[in-house]
Design a binder for this molecule. Sequence first.
Ligand code: F6R
Length: 611
Amino acid sequence: MCGIVGYAGRRTAVDIVVDGLRRLEYRGYDSAGVAVVGDGELLTEKRAGKLAVLRAALADGALDAGTTGIGHTRWATHGGPTDRNAHPHLSSDNRIAVIHNGIIENFARLRAVLEADGVEFTSDTDTEVVAHLLASIDAPLPEAMRRVSRQLEGAFTLLAVSADNPDMVVGARRNSPLVVGRGDGENFLASDVSAFIAYTREAIELGQDQVVVITPSSIEIIDFAGVPMTGTDFHIDWDLKAAEKGGFDHFMLKEIADQPQAIADTLLGRLTDHGIALDEVRISDQDLRDVTKVFIVACGTAYHSGMVAKYAIEHWTRIPCEVELASEFRYRDPILDSSTLVIAISQSGETMDTLMALRHAKQQKARVLAICNTNGSTIPRESDAVLYTHGGPEIAVASTKAFLTQLVACYLLGLYLAQVRGIMYADEVGAVVRQLQQTPDLLRDLLDQMDPVRKLSRDLSSARQVLFIGRHVGYPVALEGALKLKELAYMHAEGFAAGELKHGPIALIDDDTPVICVVPSPVGNAMMRDKVVSNIQEVRARGARTIVIAEEGDEGVRAYADDLIFVPRVPTLLAPLMTTVPLQILACEIATARGYDVDQPRNLAKSVTVE
Ligand code: F6R
C-alpha cells in the first residue's frame, strides 16, 4: 500500500517524482523519500511524516541535477514510521537505491545470511535486503533484479536505480501493482496511473512476475525466467482535473460532489436497444444461465456495496447470493464449482484480501467477475469478466464516489443476469435503468440541501458514540455511515440492523445517544417503514436523540425525529444512492469539526495490498 514512482527522461526527476508522490500519497503517508542519479552518484532524501516534510527538505535544490529518479510514500509494515525506515534503502556502497511496496515474507532469513556475510543493516525494514542482494550480484541491474526477485517470497513491487546506470529505472512486480507510462523521450513507472497522467495518457499493464526496465527512449519487459514479454497497452481517459481538489477544501468533499457525474459516467452507454451491455464479459451467456449460486467478496465499503447488491441480485434474478468479507472467504472452505459466479468488488483493484479470495475461487473453477474502478489493476486482470465503475480517481482515503458507483455497477450486473437468464424482459430492464438514469439529477438536488446536515455535525462532534440503524438495503447504509464516522472522526460508531437492536445492542443507548435511523420508503415498502419507525420509538423511549433520514413526503416520521433529513424518492432497491450521501457529509464535517485530516485519516491507506 505504499506509493511508488519512477522516472527516466530529460526533465528534473525530483520534480516529476514528487509530483507523482503527491498524487499517490493516499496510499500511505508515514514517510516519503526520493533518490535521483546525478553526476555518477546517487542523491537521496527521505523523511518521516507526510510529503510536505520531504518537500521542505528538498527546497535547497540539492537533488535537482538528476533526470532519473525514484520516489516512495510509505504505509509502515516492517519497522516504525521513522527517518531510518523511510525508503529508499541503499546498498552499503551507496551505489544502488531501492523502494518497495508489499511485504517480503522471507526477509528475515535473507537478512540473516547477509549479516553473516558482514553486511550492516541500517533499517528495520524488509526492503533493505533487496538493496544489499542487488549489490551482491555482479551483473547489470536488470539481470540482478531478475535474480533477486526469484529469491523473494511474498508480494512486492520494487524499483531500483543505480549510480552505474544513470539513465535507467528497473522495476519488478509480484502480486503488487506497477504500471508503465509511455512518454515522448521519457518513461514512467508507478503504483497507479494517477502518478503520471499529467505527462502521458499511454500506459502499459504488466503481468505477474515480471521485470521492467525504462530509459528515456525504451521500455523492456522480461519475466523472472528471463523471457522477453510484451505488456498490454491501454489509454487512460481520466480527466486530470478529477485528480485535483478543484476548489474544495478536501478531496473527500470534492468526491462527494462528483457523485452525480460519477454515476452518470458509470451508466453511460450501458443501455442499448438489446438491453444492458457490459464491458469485458468473457463468460458466455450459457455459462451465466447455468449459474446456480452467486458469492460477492469485498472489503470495507466495497463489502457494504456487496450487501446492497445481494438484495438486488436475489430480487431480480432469484439466484441465491451470499456476501462475504474477502479476508474470511477462503478460510471457511466455501462450496464453489463451475456453476458459481464470484463477484469481486474493489475500487483499487489491488486489495490483497479480495485478490486472494478471487484466486481461491478460480482454483475451485468458479467464474469470477470484477467490479472495479481502476483500469490496469490486478483484480480485473485476473478475472473472467470486468464491469468498470467510471468513477474517476478517488484520492481521499475514505471511499465515497466509489461506493455509489459500485452500487450502480451491481444494479447493472443484477439486471444483466436477469436479462441473460430471461427473467426480466428488455423493457423491464430498461425501466430500471431509466430510474437509475434519473438519480444523478436527484442527487444534485440533494447535495444542494445539505446545510442542515453540516449544522447538525457541529452538534454531534462532541458525542461519545453514534449509532446507526436500518433495515433491508438501509442496513448496509447504516454500516457504511458508521464506518465513515469511525475512520474519519475516530468516534465509536456502530451500525445495526434495526430489528436486531432489541436483542442486545439497545443496552448501549443512554440519554442523548445520537441514533441515526435510515427509514425505508412508505410508498416502496410501507410495512418495512413502519417496522423501522417502531424501532425508532424503542430507542427514543430510552433517551436517544434520533436523527432520521427519510423519504421526501414522509411527514409521518416527523413526530419521531429530533432531526429530520429528507432524501428524494427512488425505488426501494436504489435508495442507498440517496440515503448514504448525508451520512458521508456528516462524517466528513464531524471529522473537520474535531480537527482531523479528512483525506488522510490516521493508520489507514487507501489501497490495502497486504493480507
Ligand atoms: C473505507 C474504505 C475501505 C475500502 C476497502 C476496500 O472508506 O475505503 O474500507 O473500501 O479497503 O478497498 P477496495 O475497494 O480498493 O478493494
